[in-house]
Design a protein around this ligand. Structure first.
Ligand SMILES: *[C@@H]1O[C@H](CO)[C@@H](O)[C@H](O)[C@H]1NC(C)=O
Ligand SMILES: *[C@@H]1O[C@H](CO)[C@@H](O)[C@H](O)[C@H]1NC(C)=O
Ligand SMILES: *[C@@H]1O[C@H](CO)[C@@H](O)[C@H](O)[C@H]1NC(C)=O
Ligand SMILES: *[C@@H]1O[C@H](CO)[C@@H](O)[C@H](O)[C@H]1NC(C)=O
Ligand SMILES: [Cu+2]
Length: 241
């Protein structure tokens, strides 16, 4: 008796929760290129778990909460997966599970990676429960593409506004590395280290990326015009500082 009561309670809990998958990053041979979330606009109910799959290989992406008006800067109190570097095909694709807790407002997110140019300005943004008129996903993405300079690199947390995670991305094993602090954005020197990262010599990649580090660098060099412009302005910003 007790057993079946527990079983039906579990059964209810399972039925009540839904799951949606969003891919983080693609490859240069995929339609739309490297810098995208697929799908990039979804609707979800309270309790839905959005499973972000870090499928971009090579890739070095994040899922970071922002606002409609300021698409490429982290929102204070927002969620943030941190970066997940995948220089070559991992044995297991890392995921990050974000549970939706408030559907009363749209949730906006972007990739805060600056190497080889800001991914956000290349259009790597996504939305959950975006309206179909007014502040639409398409307007948000256009704002992102028009964003000049570098995306904000502030650190978010697992718990965001309207959605939260109970753990970071995982598994982080083998070739995969996770970064939760930004080595490139704390000062004007960010332009310089961004440039060296873009040339495929990113220092933080160390041994795990060593054998396959060139793959990571080169893959990332599938630079879009936008990303390249971003990189150049980063370097210029440094030179003028
Ligand atoms: C989801 O939960 C939030 C509060 O946590 C509430 O404001 C919102 O109305 C809920 N949405 C639905 C569709 O029940
Ligand atoms: C998604 O949610 C928004 C906001 O509630 C709504 O306007 C839109 O029609 C929904 N889209 C789909 C495909 O259900
Ligand atoms: C995310 O959820 C999926 C499905 O439940 C699970 O297989 C996966 O291990 C979870 N990922 C993490 C990092 O907990
Ligand atoms: C991955 O991103 C982190 C954070 O921006 C950076 O420190 C690191 O150098 C990057 N690694 C590669 C190989 O691009
Ligand atoms: Cu990215």
């Amino acid at each position: 008796m007790r057993f079946s009561a527990v079983a039906s309670a579990l059964g209810l809990a399972t039925v009540a929760s839904a799951q949606v998958t969003v891919k983080v990053g693609a490859t240069s041979s995929d339609a739309g290129g490297i810098f995208q979330f697929i799908p990039n606009s979804i609707n979800a109910t309270n309790g839905t778990v959005v499973t972000f799959e870090f499928t971009g290989v090579p890739g070095n992406h994040s899922v970071t909460q922002s606002t409609f008006a300021d698409p490429c800067d982290p929102i204070a109190g927002g969620f943030d997966s941190g970066w997940v570097l995948i220089p070559s095909q991992p044995s297991e694709t890392p995921t990050w599970n974000l549970t939706i807790t408030d559907t009363s407002k749209p949730l906006w997110f972007f990739c805060k990676q600056l190497l080889p140019g800001p991914h956000c300005s290349a259009g790597m943004v996504g939305a959950i429960n975006a309206p179909t008129s007014g502040n639409t996903f398409e307007s948000y993405q256009n704002n992102a593409k028009n964003f000049k300079g570098n995306s904000g690199q502030g650190e978010g947390a697992l718990v965001g506004i309207g959605a939260s995670a109970s753990a970071g991305p995982g598994p982080i094993t083998g070739v995969v590395q996770a970064f939760t602090a930004s080595p490139v954005a704390s000062s004007a020197a960010s332009g310089a280290s961004g440039a060296s990262g873009a040339s495929g010599s990113g220092t933080a990649s160390s041994s795990a990326a060593g054998s396959s580090g060139t793959a990571a660098g080169n893959g990332a060099i599938g630079v879009t015009a936008n990303a390249f412009v971003g990189l150049i302005s980063a370097v210029l910003g440094f030179a003028l500082a």
